[in-house]
Design a protein around this ligand. Structure first.
Ligand SMILES: *Cc1c(COP(=O)(O)O)cnc(C)c1O
Ligand code: SF4
Length: 339
């Protein structure tokens, strides 16, 4: 028996503080990040312009998973504003998926039958350099409560829509109060069955999976699916493993989608380690995406034939249930394109 005096007070936050305070104290200065990792900014060929266009943003919990003194650290390369971003090869654009055309209302993207995507917020807890939303028109896609009524009516009027996907930005950078409110509105639509949350937040601030989040999710009549976004096995630290346990205990089976990124995870060994570490933590694979051709991300591109070769070898090495679907998003298609 533990004497009562030694039982610590149960709160939502770890020693890092609440997820909101961790968001506020995230690193926003490339110099600060480099100093922390004992790297010389002068050796790294950073781009001030890239930082201005899409500022560096890294929560401390994620920075702590990076290796000190390694300029090629796979987590660092995902967030650092490097001069390669300044090149602008043909085929790369600000809206590679042409989502603007599938945006019938502010905050709602309806491309695939049966499911709609809600841009719950334009904010993220981290800025990933390869992100296809790095130039998305968030200003027009940040609806307030009143605007949500239009999106909710759109779904109510279409009885073939059975699933709502919370997206962004990162939907979990929105406050739980707002998410709980929106979910309650959606629950009143009888033909809706499922809620899906696509989020990287628990990966970069594991304390995001707290009691406030779990209480509205578990209360919902909608079956909930959480899709995490992890690209490299080093992103799966002790704190994320604990957060995933909480999801599983709440009856949610987390999935993972990754983006195939040159110099970060474009090897069979790394991808195998990622699936195995994920499975050990209780996460099942979903998609492995080829890069969207967004301006500033061309240095991350893996040619399709190489992607397919890596994937084929991965399929040979892993049990079928640990092989993510290799996919590509093409404008105008009714689903992701499987390769
Ligand atoms: C990716 C995506 C979905 C979900 O597709 P799944 O194959 O069901 O994961 C839904 N809507 C939009 C607009 C998407 O981009
Ligand atoms: S968390 Fe997701 S939406 Fe946000 S910057 Fe990264 S990839 Fe883009």
């Amino acid at each position: 028996m533990i004497p009562q005096s030694q039982v610590s007070c149960q709160t939502d936050s770890s020693d890092r503080g609440t997820w909101q305070s961790q968001l506020i104290s995230a690193i926003r200065d490339p110099e600060v990040l480099c100093q922390r990792l004992r790297l010389n900014t002068s050796d790294l060929s950073l781009s001030a312009q890239a930082h201005k266009d899409f500022p560096l943003l890294v929560p401390i919990a994620f920075a702590e998973l990076m290796e000190t003194g390694n300029p090629d650290d796979p987590l660092l390369l995902q967030v650092l504003n490097r001069s390669e971003e300044d090149t602008n090869p043909p085929g790369y654009s600000d809206d590679p998926l042409q989502e603007q055309g599938f945006n019938p209302l502010p905050g709602l993207v309806h491309k695939y039958p049966g499911r709609v995507l809600l841009i719950v917020t334009g904010k993220c807890a981290i800025n990933c350099r390869y992100c296809f939303r790095r130039s998305f028109a968030y200003g027009d896609n940040n609806p307030g409560r009143q605007d949500w009524q239009a999106a909710i009516s759109y779904i109510r009027e279409r009885s073939n829509i059975t699933e709502v996907i919370y997206s962004g930005g990162d939907p979990l950078s929105a406050p739980d109060k707002h998410l709980a409110w929106l979910t309650e509105q959606l629950e009143e639509i009888p033909h809706l069955k499922r809620l899906r949350i696509h989020t990287r937040l628990p990966v970069v601030i594991p304390d995001r999976i707290n009691d406030d989040f779990l209480s509205w999710v578990t209360k919902s009549r909608l079956r909930t699916q959480v899709v995490l976004h992890i690209n490299h096995p080093n992103e799966i630290g002790e704190e994320l493993i604990k957060a995933v346990k909480k999801l599983i205990n709440a009856g949610i089976q987390p999935l993972n989608q990754s983006v195939l990124l040159r110099g970060i995870n474009d090897s069979v060994e790394t991808l195998q380690a990622l699936q195995e570490a994920g499975f050990d933590a209780g996460i099942m694979p979903y998609y492995l995406f080829c890069l969207d051709r967004v301006r500033g991300a061309s240095h991350f591109e893996v040619p399709l034939n190489k992607a397919h070769k890596i994937w084929t070898e991965l399929q040979q090495r892993l049990p079928g249930y640990l092989v993510p679907r290799l996919a590509l998003e093409e404008p105008g298609e009714n689903s992701k394109t499987l390769l």
